[in-house]
Design a protein around this ligand. Structure first.
Ligand SMILES: [Zn+2]
Ligand SMILES: [Zn+2]
Length: 497
């Protein structure tokens, strides 16, 4: 009996236990919840951008809900600020009450573009700029939070033709504005004739030009509002991705989210959406002599620690490369007689200076007539024709193969087996003392399809897969190539998966 009571007590205690949010959110970051999932605008495209900007800015931990009608006091509890990218029907009574309490109680709300429209006296809008004939009872507290509502009465709230215009600060000393240029340019809709509530603090406005159907007035576009103890930042900007990608939108939006959450702004005046570390590995990607899918250019994208320039050969080698680049990535096809003597010397100087070289896919065909290159540097050679006793190398397109990364080297260590749809090569010569990184059992392929060359003066790697789109878009393949770049640059520490 006693035992049974103990078990029951333990079960009751377990049921009552709450799991701390710190297990799921980054410490010290502003917790943002984006409300979306219904909008007459393209929320499927804009919501990831709104999320990405905040994540790149570095101070935010962002979640998204596409069903805000399911919100409750409980689900909102972990968050500091809500971002509304929503323009659709009303939410549940529970959700609306929870949002009101959230903001009134001292948290933040950011209202983006069409999110000022819903819950008022105007018709509910539908997907793809659609309009319904459905009118709902207004949720008046939303208008109180936003600081404005839309009206169909004269003068009707809306906008003239979308165009490029200048937004200027009316309160350049507000924390959101401070340090930003006095004006910024954007191509966007310019909302006019808002019914603005008393107490709204206008931050920025733009002239609604009568030349294109505007009302000739200076229209408030960015403002702040107080709702209970909470802070609201409203931006009328952000009709689509093109508008959102404007530096003026990006900076004011991210700073507005920070301000609404924390009542202060520490973010810089410009949010870099493709930030590179100052000490990023500088890659020269050499193409030419072999066509390829443009998708290849994205293989090295998305890392702060890799910066890539592309230059086709032979011009790529016209200058001394040692000062400007750390790693040469070859995705080209060229023979020695196609490269002028001076260019050849520049290539040789680079390779002998202790830098990195990554040879990809068809670049194994390079310089089959330059023994120093294929024998000493790459440790491998694709034979365009037989040189007895060596047979000619062969290729086959459209092969589904299993590629196995080999343990024991930082480039391939710990990577999973990959299923690739690629081109295979057979009868490629490689030096007996290479360090094998990748193998396959496919009958149309050599076994060893990736290696580190034994070359001593710099780090040289060959990776055979990489023919087309199907391989280049595979995350583990991209990761493998990125690791190879970092390793050849002597920066493998930065390449944790
Ligand atoms: Zn719009
Ligand atoms: Zn190929």
């Amino acid at each position: 009996m006693r035992r049974l009571i103990l078990i029951l007590t333990a079960a009751a205690a377990a049921a009552a236990q709450t799991v701390p949010d710190r297990f799921y959110f980054a410490e010290g970051k502003i917790r943002v919840l984006i409300l979306t999932g219904r909008n007459n605008h393209d929320w499927r495209a804009t919501t990831p951008y709104l999320r990405n900007v905040l994540e790149l800015a570095g101070q935010f931990d962002v979640r998204v809900t596409e069903e805000p009608s399911g919100l409750s006091e409980e689900t909102l509890k972990p968050y500091d600020v809500l971002v509304a990218n929503y323009c659709g029907p009303r939410w549940s009574a529970q959700a609306e009450k929870a949002v009101e309490q959230f903001v009134r109680g001292g948290k933040g709300l950011v209202v983006v573009h069409a999110a000022s429209y819903p819950f008022g006296e105007t018709a509910v809008l539908s997907e793809n700029m659609g309009r319904t004939t459905v009118f709902q009872q207004p949720w008046t507290q939303w208008g109180q939070m936003v600081g404005a509502v839309w009206s169909d009465a004269d003068p009707k709230t809306g906008h003239a033709q979308r165009h490029a215009y200048e937004v200027k600060w009316r309160d350049a000393r507000h924390p959101i504005a401070e340090g930003l240029p006095a004006t910024f340019l954007i191509s966007d809709e310019l909302y006019h004739n808002f019914r603005i509530k008393p107490g709204v603090h206008v931050l920025a406005s733009a002239l609604d030009s009568p030349k294109i159907g505007g009302n000739g007035k200076d229209e408030p576009l960015l403002w702040t509002n107080a709702y209970g103890q909470g802070r609201v930042f409203h931006t009328a900007l952000g009709h689509d991705l093109d508008a959102m990608q404007t530096p003026g939108f990006t900076a004011t939006y991210a700073r507005g989210v920070e301000w609404a959450a924390r009542d202060r702004v520490t973010l810089p005046a410009r949010i870099d959406t493709d930030p590179k570390s100052p000490n990023a590995v500088r890659v020269l990607l050499v193409t030419g002599g072999h066509d390829h899918d443009a998708m290849f250019y994205t293989v090295l994208d998305g890392r702060r620690d890799i910066r890539v320039n592309v230059d086709p050969q032979p011009a790529a080698f016209r200058n001394d490369l040692r000062k400007n680049y750390d790693v040469l990535v070859l995705y080209d096809t060229i023979q020695q007689d196609q490269l002028p003597e001076k260019h050849r010397q520049n290539l040789k100087d680079f390779v002998e200076s202790g830098k990195g070289v990554l040879v990809l896919h068809h670049a194994i065909v390079d310089f089959g007539d330059w023994e120093w290159w294929w024998k000493d540097v790459v440790g491998g050679r694709y034979l365009l024709k037989a040189e007895p006793p060596l047979p000619a190398s062969k290729y086959l397109h459209d092969v589904e193969e299993v590629v196995t990364p080999q343990p024991g080297h930082p480039i391939s260590q710990g990577l999973p087996q990959m299923r690739l749809f690629d081109e295979t090569y057979k009868q490629v010569w490689h030096a007996p003392n290479v360090t094998v990184l990748l193998t396959t059992d496919h009958a149309t392929s050599d076994r060893d399809i990736g290696w580190v060359s034994p070359y001593q003066k710099s780090r040289v790697v060959y990776i055979q897969p990489g023919h087309g789109r199907e391989t280049c878009e595979m995350p583990w393949y991209r990761h493998l190539v990125q690791r190879a770049v970092l390793w050849t640059a002597g920066r493998m520490d930065a390449a944790k998966p």
